[in-house]
Write a protein that binds this ligand. Sequence first.
Ligand SMILES: Cc1ncc(COP(=O)(O)O)c(C=O)c1O
Length: 452
Amino acid sequence: MSYVFHRNPKHDYPTAVAGEGPYLIDASGKRYLDGSCGAAVSCLGHGDREVTEAIKAQLDRIAFAHSSFFTNEPMEALAEDLIAHAPPGMARVYFVSGGSEAMEAALKLARQYFVEIGEPERRHVIARRQSYHGNTLGALATGGNAWRRKQFEPLLFAATHVSPCYAYRGKWPGETKERYGQRLRAELEAEITRLGPRSVIAFVAETVVGATLGAVPPVPGYFRGIRELCDRHGILLILDEVMCGMGRTGTLYACEQEGIAPDLVAIAKGLGAGYQPIGALLAHAKIVDAIGRGSGFFQHGHTYIGHPVACAAALAVQRALRERNLIAAVRELGSALETRLRARFAEHPHVGDIRGRGLFWGLELVADRATKQPFEPALRLNAKIKQLALEDGLLCYPMGGTIDGARGDHVLVAPPFIVRDAHLDELTEKLARAIDAAIAASAAAPAAEPID
Ligand SMILES: Cc1ncc(COP(=O)(O)O)c(C=O)c1O
């Protein structure tokens, strides 16, 4: 009997009691290889002494001082550290406690920016279908995942959505990646024109799409085209790097590989690596300056902004990334993981696409590779894979609704940056077993009830 309102109250969750490097350990002593860092969170693995010592040391100094009265040392040091390594033009960091809060702050700051500079008529947000920006109402309204939005539609503000950059299903046969990217840019431009150019606040996108599509990187030139379009129309570009940022794709920010910089970028997950709940919004100098010249303050705030313990943890994580050369390790380990995934799944009859960057990879599962026909949603293939992998001692992150919120299945893998080759072997082997067993079980019978 549990009094916790669990995500799925019918499900019997094992109790996590310990963590050692890339493994989590439950109360029965069973070990699980954390092949997805939960949901791309625990990039340093579990039980990192330097981070836990930094947290304890901060607690011995000061645990909390409300940000409407005080600043604090770890918050100042973390902001300086983040700005020193941020995409060009970023000037200030607004701290929050997670990804959804970072996206809410981005939306409000973007709107306030236009009020401050005398363009209050701007009120529209354009995002992409099959995106996820968080579960709070503003972030959910911005996200384009039909399933997550459905029952809350009456509460959501009217963001509009264009196509994601999803080459496996979106690119026409014979079309080059570059032409596909240009077609998507033309679609966005048509949407801006339809809404009225001076009425759009921002275009919002995950640089590499995470949970809803399964580690889908953009095609070459896509974001350069989007950046140019936003500049032409005076629209802010908000990148959501909550999942793909902080080294996950092999650079601190995923947008570095696109050769562009956003106006606002949201980060979370890997920022605190799970040691503390923390997120942040980095804002371009032009936005900070506009607020400074105008009303002088950002009309927003939460109780735990810049929590000293959370900031101390995130600062220790940032230092660990650099001092242990972990982002270079992500690139190296990422190519080792890609090699294994391709060796094991490139010819698999039910793996239609293998995509990703760094230590951020997705496999899209199909009933038929030639037609890209997905499995029947009623089979709940993704939920079965999650459960079977868990039983076998592997955490991975499968999701359904890949294509349109209802149809399609994928599995996301995102191991910690401290894994070794043997862990990548274990991950690939257990993932293959779970996928094959789930497909065999689906051929026999659909899942009777939700198990995710
Ligand atoms: C891209 C992206 N944005 C926002 C969020 C929301 O973050 P949080 O769950 O910390 O509120 C997530 C969480 O998975 C995410 O993947």
